[in-house]
Design a protein around this ligand. Structure first.
Ligand code: PGA
Length: 243
């Protein structure tokens, strides 16, 4: 894995935006894999700014989000469909019908997982996958113990994940207990991956990712086996990396 160290969150976001913009500007029909959470918000803001300045258009772009909470409708402010609309899509010229997020209120959730996975396969693969990482090493909502060959599936969220995300909800009880996530196998088929990491609270996580063993108990560790992963990490998150 290639690591690009940056000063702070702003620089991480700008560097990531450069890579995403290059993909969008050099490909006919780029397929982007998108992440949610606090980490990519700055990246999305940079992309909006680039668009407003006329440097980038999303008309030819297709996007697949990594995951969605089970039980939240796309109109719920805590759903990831809403997050994407609010933090990116409504500010740019992307065709909304080319933006895919799993449907967390599908009548048949298993069927939803299969069709979402098939839809990704129909687009050949993700050209550029944007990832964040959870404190427990999850990518998407693939919690520790998830098979490295998993495809889009339903997960029980770890307590640590629910607690970390409770800041967005009224109370911990309101945080859904399940989600739909693309699998680790799905993510690993992306042609290129950028992993964004910021903040001292992720320092142990980064150290384990870079220096630890590859194991399903730490899902992101499999990224060590992907041939095109770039980690863009700020100095605070790199502070526990052994030299
Ligand atoms: P965060 O979430 O960006 O809000 O820290 C990352 C993740 O859980 O994957």
């Amino acid at each position: 894995m290639n690591i690009i160290p940056v000063k702070n969150y702003q620089d991480m976001s700008r560097k990531a935006a450069e890579i995403v913009s290059e993909t969008i500007n050099t490909m006919d029909k780029p397929v982007l894999g998108l992440a949610t959470g606090s980490t990519p918000e700055g990246l999305y803001q940079c992309l909006i700014n680039e668009h407003k300045e006329g440097n980038i258009s999303f008309r030819h772009v297709t996007t697949f989000n990594l995951d969605e909470y089970v039980g939240l409708h796309g109109s719920d402010p805590n759903s990831y469909r809403y997050y994407m609309y609010d933090k990116l899509f409504r500010h740019i010229d992307i065709e909304l019908e080319n933006t895919y997020v799993p449907n967390g209120v599908a009548e048949d959730l298993e069927k939803e997982c299969t069709s979402y996975e098939n839809l990704i396969q129909e687009h050949a693969s993700i050209d550029l996958q944007i990832l964040g990482i959870g404190l427990n090493g999850h990518i998407g909502f693939n919690e520790p113990g998830t098979s490295f060959t998993s495809r889009t599936h339903i997960v029980e969220l770890d307590e640590i994940t629910r607690q970390a995300n409770a800041r967005f909800f009224k109370s911990l009880d309101d945080v859904p207990t399940q989600a739909i996530t693309t699998g680790i196998g799905t993510i690993m088929e992306s042609k290129k991956i950028i992993l964004l990491i910021s903040g001292e609270n992720k320092a142990e996580t980064v150290a384990r990712l870079v220096n630890g063993e590859i194991s399903e108990t730490f899902p992101a560790s499999i990224l060590n086996e992907h041939s095109n992963v770039t980690i863009i990490a700020d100095v605070a998150s790199l502070s526990k990396l052994s030299k």
